[in-house]
Design a protein around this ligand. Sequence first.
Ligand SMILES: Cc1cc2nc3c(=O)[nH]c(=O)nc-3n(C[C@H](O)[C@H](O)[C@H](O)COP(=O)(O)O)c2cc1C
Length: 149
Amino acid sequence: MAHAGSFLGRPYRLSGTVIPGDKRGRTLGFATANLQPEQELIPALGVYAVLAGVTGQAKVPAVANLGVRPTFDRKGVVLEVHLLDSSPDLYGAQLEVDFVDHLRPEKRFESRQALQSQIALDIQAARRTLDLETPGPKKLGASPSTPSA
Ligand SMILES: Cc1cc2nc3c(=O)[nH]c(=O)nc-3n(C[C@H](O)[C@H](O)[C@H](O)COP(=O)(O)O)c2cc1C
């Protein structure tokens, strides 16, 4: 994914309106904003480190699951975004999600507890990835050399 991003010259972006979920996220201990992606072409299903924000506003670090949630036998692909450092009410908002890195494929878990522990690990992995991958001039490589006299 990082490679695809660098090939495109920008991260892969999906957008959509935040729709009601089953509110299960909250009972699992993390709130998510659920979007139905507007785009027809989507990346591989799975868990991603992302940057997410309301269209036209600054993006913040988040972890996302793009998938069908096989643990709960859900139908249809949904993009679920969990913001790492805030939990604003995003219901009805138009969100943009920039995919920074693919963390793992989506899978079916034997129990809610197993899914919960995995999501805690996903959050840590996303945090590590996003701290390392700071966007901006730092990524462009060495600073310009100081002209010598
Ligand atoms: C980081 C993250 C990873 C997830 N990974 C999986 C997964 O591997 N398998 C799965 O069935 N659901 C996965 N989910 C989806 C959860 O099942 C879902 O968030 C939960 O059921 C809440 O859904 P609701 O908001 O519609 O109630 C993941 C969600 C997040 C935020």
